[in-house]
Design a protein around this ligand. Structure first.
Ligand code: GDP
Ligand code: MN
Length: 304
């Protein structure tokens, strides 16, 4: 019998450049998904980066809500990949179901954000992201775009716009639209507080913590005085302005695949007193990859 063929991949031939489109670079778009939002899918379809170069990867919890989301997702996938216009079709799509127990209970925004629920939630999210990443990252992946299932509005040129900065890790600013009752008009407010620059106070707080304790951002009883990218947006600010970051969120995040290949993942435990995406930023930094953010480049989170 003939020996099976061996697949050789020369990673040096997989380019990761500021012009991914010209260089036909493969994008792995990863989404942990607890709920399916039609707006998220419609926004994906509007991405102008060639869909034939985009692989989608999803991980959904094995909860009642996760089952419902999986059904919805599969419906849309069938529509797009089979009967929809050819240009809308993605290169491939992978759906994973979370294999660890217990799954997180479904929580509304207020419940999710309670400080005592955060460590368990963030650890579970970290494991979900790691499972998704390690089962889907391939030898031809150039970039990994993390995009949460409730990020429902981005510029169609998101991938090109983020990649052109040529940064190892880069995060746009995640806002939320809402109806401002005082102004009697639609308005927007910062949503993701995990994109930040460190402060002496936060570093001092961390020093006094036990080995398993984590710092959390956006909680009054834990004032860190970090500089939050959420508050760095300016009305007349340049969209291409970049700032270095020490912590990042996962709502929307473009990562050079080599950063993950080097071993940067989402710690589901206290790593320098940071967890999940914030721990990831620290790990990338320790590997020599500096994360950046775009304070004036906005994407929008669903308003529950
Ligand atoms: P928040 O916006 O920071 O409050 O975080 P979310 O609850 O929106 O979670 C971030 C992303 O992970 C979203 O895309 C969710 O749909 C998804 N998500 C939330 N909980 C789970 C879970 O238990 N398992 C998986 N696989 N995804 C989840
Ligand atoms: Mn969210």
């Amino acid at each position: 019998p003939k020996a099976p063929p061996v697949a050789h991949y020369n990673l040096n031939n997989v380019t990761i450049t500021p012009n991914p489109l010209e260089n036909r670079e493969n994008i792995l778009l990863l989404t942990p998904m607890a709920r399916f939002y039609q707006e998220y899918w419609d926004n994906l379809l509007k991405l102008s980066y060639p869909h034939e170069l985009i692989t989608l990867g999803f991980i959904l919890p094995k909860t009642k809500e996760g089952n419902a989301a999986t059904t919805e997702l599969q419906k849309q996938i069938a529509k797009t990949q089979k009967s929809g216009p050819e240009k809308d079709r993605f290169k491939s799509i992978i759906i994973l179901r979370q294999d660890f127990e217990p799954p997180l209970q479904s929580q509304d925004e207020a419940e999710r954000h309670k400080i005592q629920n955060q460590k368990i939630r963030r650890a579970a999210m970290a494991k979900a992201r790691n499972s998704l990443l390690f089962t889907t990252l391939g030898p031809s992946t150039s970039w990994v775009l993390w995009l949460d299932a409730d990020v429902i509005e981005t510029p169609p040129t998101l991938i090109q716009d983020l990649a052109r900065h040529d940064k190892p890790v880069i995060a746009p600013n995640c806002f939320q639209r809402f109806y401002n009752t005082e102004k009697k008009a639609m308005d927007e407010r910062p949503y993701d507080f995990n994109n930040w620059q460190d402060s002496p106070t936060a570093l001092e707080l961390a020093k006094k913590m036990g080995p398993d304790d984590i710092l959390l951002e956006g909680y009054a009883d834990m004032a860190t005085y970090r500089a939050l990218m959420a508050y760095m947006a300016k009305d007349d600010g340049l969209r291409q302005e970049t700032v270095p970051l020490d912590g990042v969120g996962g709502a929307a995040l473009l990562v050079k695949a080599d950063v993950h290949r080097d071993g940067a993942m989402f710690p589901p435990f206290s790593f320098y007193h940071l967890i999940e995406t914030e721990g990831f930023a620290k790990m990338a930094k320790r590997l020599g990859w500096q994360p950046f953010g775009l304070p004036n480049y906005k994407v929008y989170h669903y308003n529950e």
